[in-house]
Write a protein that binds this ligand. Structure first.
Ligand SMILES: Cc1cc2nc3c(=O)[nH]c(=O)nc-3n(C[C@H](O)[C@H](O)[C@H](O)COP(=O)(O)O)c2cc1C
Length: 206
């Protein structure tokens, strides 16, 4: 049994500014300023996200950035309730999706076991589970990437996922898992910070 660590910061390698930016003061934004998000920033977010670990290095996450205008309007249609205004106003929006045919890349991304491509080919159900789990893990890294770019992320699952898939991925290969609004916080961007569960409620040692 370990003791509760009073000054946990003392054992971390990440400095205070970085801890605030990525974790302790990062918030899920509900409104955004008009300041544009550049293509370079969107690229930089991916360049960090791509280092996320995934099972057999399969990297099933796919990202669709949806620009303001006709494409954004089509996405907003599928957002639920108050999520519509958030996605309409964010300077940048990413649709995160899982590639159900991620296994096609296995000979390149996991050359030590290229035959895994064929096992996944023969197992569509296991492949879908693998894609959704690992893309979701990568989505967490994507949110950290947004924060590392000095931007706020507003992740949202409140949308008609089948509708988004039909709208943007009609060929059926990609399955939408999350919509992420991206930008600098606008007016009244946060709800009150909600409580987090404590160490003792979450962690066990055996
Ligand atoms: C998977 C996921 C789905 C979410 N769905 C929505 C949503 O549909 N609408 C919304 O306004 N916020 C949504 N949120 C935001 C959460 O409510 C928010 O991240 C959480 O309350 C913590 O807020 P904080 O980061 O500001 O502390 C979602 C967050 C995640 C990670």
């Amino acid at each position: 049994m370990t003791e509760v660590l009073a000054n946990y910061e003392d054992v971390l390698a990440l400095d205070e500014e970085a801890r605030k930016l990525l974790f302790t003061e990062a918030r899920s934004a509900n409104s955004f300023s008009d300041e544009p998000v550049t293509d370079e920033q969107l690229r930089a977010i991916f360049e960090l996200t791509k280092w996320a670990p995934t099972a057999a290095n399969t990297q099933p996450l796919r990202v669709l950035y949806v620009a303001k205008g006709e494409a954004r309007d089509r996405l907003v249609e599928h957002m639920m309730g108050t999520n519509q205004a958030k996605t309409a106003s964010a300077p940048a929006v990413a649709v995160l999706a899982a590639d159900l045919s991620f296994h096609e890349h296995i000979p390149t991304v996991f050359p030590i076991r290229p035959e895994m491509k064929d096992s996944f080919e023969a197992n569509p159900e296991g492949r879908t589970k693998h894609a959704l789990f690992n893309a979701t893990l990568q989505a967490g890294y994507f949110l950290l990437g947004v924060r590392a770019a000095g931007l706020a992320a507003g992740p949202m699952a409140g949308f008609d996922a089948d509708g988004v898939d039909k709208e943007f991925f009609p060929e059926g290969r990609l399955r939408t898992i999350l919509v992420v609004n991206i930008g600098r916080p606008g007016e009244n961007p946060w709800f009150d910070r909600l409580p987090r569960l404590e160490y003792e409620q979450v962690v066990q040692h055996v």
